[in-house]
Design a protein around this ligand. Structure first.
Ligand SMILES: Cc1cc2nc3c(=O)[nH]c(=O)nc-3n(C[C@H](O)[C@H](O)[C@H](O)COP(=O)(O)OP(=O)(O)OC[C@H]3O[C@@H](n4cnc5c(N)ncnc54)[C@H](O)[C@@H]3O)c2cc1C
Length: 386
């Protein structure tokens, strides 16, 4: 066994967007940070997303005003601190009489425009398909509504946070799995799969969809929270249309499918929602491919088939279990601060979105500040460019 002589302030399990954001924030406050990632940083859920920094217009239907407001604020902040990897892009909701009413969509967009206050992102508007974006959708779609959200390079967002964390002194290692964590009288002793032992005052479990595996098999503690694993898949096809515009398609089952311009030549189409038992090796099923293809073929002039799919990817949403249908389960995050011993705090992070990672990281610091005396309490990540 190799024992690292240092005692770190914070040990983070997981180099997804949440672990990366926390590492950057904490290192910038002068804390000694160690982050271990079992693969490459940003190689799991945080690179399998729809790549949007968005308020989540759809969550308004679930009355998640707090989450939408926070996400819209973060949309503003992240566009400012990561201008090179973010881009506002218009989204069109084609209107159909059979689904959400015009009044409901207008009300949702009014809130979306106004929940955040002053913003540089353009406000929503009505679109007439005889005048704009003609011949993309089938002719029974006459009008629609346009709003804006922000596209991001999700993997780069993780990498940029990690690079900053390293520059600020954090010790980040990749391809190292955390295999055990032992509570000491004071702090933790964490074992890595290369026989290295690391000591830290605080342990943070930011393992995304692997959170339960860490709680049950690595740290072996009780948690009163549980997570629901929901697979979301995307298909990628040669671009459906030339315009730099995305579509928010409504389905009869009340789910939403996005069609987003991707890497100049492609359209990214997703997602699905399928309950699964394991976070490992997510892969799109035939049914999911058909669901996404049918959604396209119901809306667009151009028809597609399985042969048009050039690539696919799937990710697992680590959603907090609240026993609702997957679409309605909250996308918000919850902390479980385990203080079985006051001298060795453990923070489990449940849920979350790419969009809210920075705010989540700030909240982690607030939550842990009583156990980290003499730490800089001033928040700093909202104004310092990545
Ligand atoms: C299909 C889909 C679409 C989405 N679209 C969006 C979107 O457009 N916008 C948005 O805001 N959010 C979106 N999300 C949500 C967002 O992607 C996730 O909330 C976010 O990426 C979760 O980040 P994380 O750091 O918690 O998890 P992850 O990125 O999964 O990171 C956890 C890391 O922990 C590591 N790990 C696990 N066990 C160990 C161990 N024992 N030792 C060391 N490391 C370990 C894993 O390898 C992994 O890299 C989407 C999610 C999905 C699935």
């Amino acid at each position: 066994m190799n024992v690292d002589k240092q005692i770190y302030d914070i040990f983070i399990i997981g180099g997804g967007i949440n672990g990366a954001g926390i590492a950057r924030d904490a290192a910038g406050r002068g804390l000694k940070v160690f982050l271990a990632e079992k693969n490459k940083v940003g190689s799991a859920t945080s690179s399998w997303s729809s790549k949007l920094i968005h308020g989540g217009l759809r969550y308004l239907e679930n009355y998640e005003f707090k989450l939408v407001r926070e996400s819209l604020k973060e949309r503003e902040v992240i566009t400012k601190i990561a201008p090179k990897i973010t881009k506002p892009i218009p989204f069109i909701i084609p209107y159909t009489k059979k689904l959400r009413s015009k009044l409901l969509i207008r009300l949702g967009l009014f809130l979306y425009d106004n929940l955040v206050g002053k913003t540089k992102i353009p406000k929503s508007s009505k679109i007439n398909f005889n005048k704009k974006f003609t011949n993309i959708l089938q002719s029974h779609y006459k009008v629609g509504f346009q709003y804006y959200d922000v596209q991001v390079d999700d993997k780069k967002l993780v990498e940029m946070n990690i690079n900053d964390a390293k520059k600020l002194g954090a010790n980040v290692i990749e391809n190292r799995k955390v295999i055990n964590a032992k509570r000491l009288n004071e702090g933790w002793e964490i074992a890595l799969d290369n026989n290295e032992l690391i000591k830290s005052k605080i342990l943070i479990n930011a393992a995304g969809p692997w959170i339960n595996e860490i709680v049950n098999n690595v740290i072996k503690v009780n948690s009163n929270k549980s997570i629901r694993l929901v697979r979301g898949s995307h298909i990628i096809i040669k671009k459906l249309y030339e315009e730099e515009v995305a579509f928010t398609l409504q389905n009869d089952d009340s789910r939403i499918v996005f069609v987003i311009p991707y890497k100049n030549e492609y359209s990214l189409i997703g997602t699905t929602e399928v309950d699964v038992n394991t976070p490992d090796k997510p892969k799109i099923s035939n049914e999911e491919k058909i669901y996404l293809i049918n959604t396209i073929n119901k809306h667009f002039v151009k028809q597609i088939s399985k042969e048009d799919i050039v690539d696919t990817y799937s990710g697992i949403r680590p959603l907090i279990e609240d026993f609702k249908e997957a679409t309605r389960v909250t996308r918000d995050y919850v902390f479980d601060l385990n203080l079985e011993s006051q001298n060795s705090p453990l923070l489990n992070i449940y849920g979350g979105k790419l969009t809210t990672y920075r705010k989540l990281s700030e909240r982690v610091m607030e939550e842990l500040s009583p156990y980290l005396p003499n730490t800089k309490t001033k928040n700093w990540t909202d104004s310092k460019k990545l």
